[in-house]
Design a protein around this ligand. Structure first.
Ligand code: FAD
Length: 106
């Protein structure tokens, strides 16, 4: 349905933007905050079937948050998992920062 797609696009924009501004060298407290945030996000995400699968994913693939690069790539992998499930093309994760932080060149 359209609202699940609109919600999804907005949510990925929020999540990847958070990754783009996540510190390059996060403190232990910042690492613990982002992990708690992702777990709660997955729990409260208002598309229940999406939320159930995303919670399972986080259980299997623990949030990596040791640096901006690590978290950005973890999130890109998580997004690709959903892309695969929905039959969408996967995204080249070497380009996540160009897409979400520095901006495309063109
Ligand atoms: P989106 O997937 O919303 O992506 C937006 C933009 O992000 C793309 O245009 C591209 O530029 C960029 N992008 C794409 N892949 C990546 C990546 N791997 N890393 C970085 N950037 C990328 N929908 C369902 O129908 N069923 C579900 O179970 C489901 N689960 C979801 C779980 C979560 C946590 C979230 C946030 C969304 C979920 N969605 C689900 C929604 C779905 O992922 C899409 O957001 C929605 O289908 C709209 O897709 P889209 O083609 O506009 O692009």
């Amino acid at each position: 349905p359209a609202d699940v797609e609109t919600l999804g696009r907005s949510s990925w924009t929020l999540l990847h933007s958070i990754a783009a501004t996540y510190p390059k060298t996060p403190t232990p407290s910042e690492q613990s905050d982002i992990k708690s945030f992702m777990r709660l996000f997955a729990k409260l995400y208002p598309c229940w079937t999406c939320a159930a699968d995303f919670q399972q994913y986080i259980k299997k693939e623990d949030v990596r948050a040791g640096s901006r690069d690590e978290f950005g790539n973890w999130l890109c992998d998580a997004h690709n998992e959903v892309n695969k499930k929905l039959g969408k093309p996967t995204f080249d994760c070497s380009k996540w920062e160009e897409r979400w932080r520095t901006g495309w060149k063109d």
